[in-house]
Ligand binder design. Sequence first.
Ligand code: KG4
Ligand code: ZN
Length: 375
Amino acid sequence: MALTAKQMQVQAAHTVLGLESSCDETAASVVRRNADGSIEILSSVIASQDEIHRPFGGVVPEMAARAHLDIVDSLTAQAVRESGLDWDDLDAIAATAGPGLIGGVIAGLMTAKGLALALYKPLIAVNHLEGHALSPALESPCPFPYLLLLVSGGHTQLLSVNGLGDYTRLGSTVDDAAGEAFDKTAKVMGLGFPGGPKVQAAAEHGDPKAYKLPKPFAGKAHADFSFAGLKTATARAYAAIDNPTDQDRADVAASFQKTVSDVIIDRCKQAMALFQKQHPDEPEYRFVVAGGVAANSEIRAALKSWCAREAYALNFPPLKFCTDNAAMIALAGAERLAAGDIDDLSAAARPRWPLDGEKAANNPKSGSGKKGPKS
Ligand code: KG4
Ligand code: ZN
């Protein structure tokens, strides 16, 4: 019997369970990609490990892996329950397979493999960075190609996102990730963990001109980043203050935050020039931001006004999808499934997994520190 157009459309929808466990958030989500490419988030749950890592001022990999293991089963069941679907309604199981902290990645990926095996569903091993790269589509359509700034605790990269699975790295950090610089700066000043929001809060009442800090690579005709020198200069500036007051901390935080923001805008301008060379005929250029540091209000405002000045289209995922989440992993899984690209159960957990393979326009020798060289 021939299928009606409506039945065919129903058949072509893809509903995917996604799991995320590559750093310090355990997350599970069910996302549906409709036949017309529109996206519905049916559920999205996240368990943060902040409380566990707070006393150490950073993520402790072994403790992170154990915490993922403790909660991944119940969180996954919760995501399916909250989606209103049954396990049988899922078309595939997706999980982050890297890059990230290996113990955590294994916890999520093995859970996904077990489910795929038990439910007779395909497995999709998702690159965490691809999840971030596609995440703006969780909010609103985001047509290819676009220039992506990915700024988080583990990654700082500028990528040309040309299409699904087609990424060219235009620049990345040669030392620390931006979020790592925020976290370490907060630690030095005793502001707490995670550092980004603490520095932002402290900066609110500070003078961004109080300290003159270095702007690594400013004006250089490439799109790489460096944060190690800026981080050290900030720590030195703070150490030089006798009996620092709250106002001193606010001034250092505001100066640091403004400098990071300036550096990011400078690097994005360089990357946009490279992107435009690669895509000379686009009627409109699109700029997209993802990763936890994109939650920073100073950086958001600076990027918004730069894009407005240059008339670039701008997509900011909502804050909850800027930081690590499983909806972006389920989305990447659904896009892969729609493209007929699935994995078998031998898919490996990969602590390092560059998104662009060999295509990096520029390949820095060193990765970023705190959470391991991830890419
Ligand atoms: O994307 P994410 O949740 O996890 C990965 O690292 O993959 O990003 C976390 C990072 C942390 O370094 C955190 O300090 C930073 O994002 N962050 C911020 C802000 N909120 C989170 N950095 C600056 N300002 C913020 N408001
Ligand atoms: Zn991330």
